[in-house]
Design a protein around this ligand. Sequence first.
Ligand code: ADP
Length: 249
Amino acid sequence: MAVTALLVDGLTVRFGSFRAIDDLSLAIDYGEVRAVIGPNGAGKTTLLDVISGITRPKEGRVIFDATGGSANVTFDVTTRSESAIARAGIRRKFQKPSVFEGLSVRQHIAIGADAGFRRRLDEPALEDRISEVMETVGLTEHADRLAGELGHGQKQWLEIGMVLASDPKVLMLDEPVAGLTDEETERTAALVRRLNRPDRAIVVVEHDMDFVERIADRVTVLHEGRTLFEGPMDKVRADAGVIEVYLGR
Ligand code: ADP
């Protein structure tokens, strides 16, 4: 049976009297790639903000089950700090690339790897991890280039690499293909599928529906802070309600 990585339970987030998230419940399993889609203002970013500890809900919980790792704990992320959540293995790549222009690709991945472990990895293990991550994200041949010299797609992969270097249990990607070419989008889709593992949950917010179809095992469609539909992408595309509020516009 699938193990739930994140259980969102009765979540409500208000900004003033406005409910950005409205009594939302959903479960994301280990081993799946879950896309979260929906029109602008649906609450997608707010949901990621709650899971990362940036935004506190008015009501509800988000239970994280850190199974399989050294820290075998279940806790409510809404009671924890951003840094505690990150240390527990919930990591996020934000929408806008924010690399350090003057640092090399290798240095970026090293920063990501270091940040991921409470005890520093010894040097050979760290080097192995850096090499492995650069290979995975396709930047090995650019290891010594400065991030400022990379193209937009390469910067996105570098940021995914930084997050990946910490060996996350939950990996959240916020619009990973916004502004990418078709070929870069294709490469990113293949990368996301490569990152999928039985002991990891991947959550992707994205507007590019062809990309979503390629990567997602299941799709959650949000609308006005609630789940409008949940299922595989072919069912999502065929749903009258989803077409009305999102796909058909
Ligand atoms: P999405 O990511 O799906 O486009 P968001 O989660 O960013 O949606 O926003 C959901 C709603 O909450 C929007 O109507 C947005 O204007 C509102 N909202 C988000 N953050 C704040 C905030 N800090 N203060 C007030 N309203 C906010």
